[in-house]
Design a protein around this ligand. Sequence first.
Ligand SMILES: [Mg+2]
Length: 233
Amino acid sequence: MRPMHDRIPRRPERIDWQAVDTVLLDMDGTLLDLGFDNWFWQQHVPEAYARLHRLEPGAAAELLAPRFRAAQGSLAWYCIEHWSRELTLDIGDLKRAARERVRFLPGAADFLGWLALRGKRRILVTNAHPQTLAIKDEWVSLGPLLDELHSSHHYGRPKEDPEFWPRLAATVRFDPLRTLFVDDSLPVLRAARNFGIAHIRAVRHPELGGPARATGDFAAVDSIAELAHDDPP
Ligand SMILES: [Mg+2]
């Protein structure tokens, strides 16, 4: 006999909204277009570094790529002050000057309004540095669409670190069994699942117009807007 899950039509994108009262939302790649961050770190910063050190932009990008890779998954990777020191560039100033490129992913802002109408708590949980969060918030006005905004820098660990989650839960009271978490990073999704968050969705297209990202064994949606649906009567 085939296992039960083979015979039940699977609709992994659908959330049982009756069972959820809190939604924890990632920022970059979930609510906002990751295209900004990819452009900023892969093109804009290497170009600024090249100007500073009189290098070809391609040579600067090659020089920086392994340094960026080595920091990935650590809080330093997300830290404006760390990279400003490392690269002798004012990363905060560079970001602020480029802020008009920051934008919501299609339908993401409407989805936050949809959640509010249904009385769901909307809590932003981001690895972005508080200064980056402030620059993006100023430009696209995240604040009015969310109940709380949290940067992992205040908790001393990034979201992919198992220690992050109990620290967050000690400050932000939420019932993991009645919480939905949405993110585009596999290591982060795994840490949230290991902590015991019951409802998890991966975002398959964090960058507008970009390629699909691997979502492992997580239920996934192309974009967060797909999660807005009312249960059939
Ligand atoms: Mg993200």
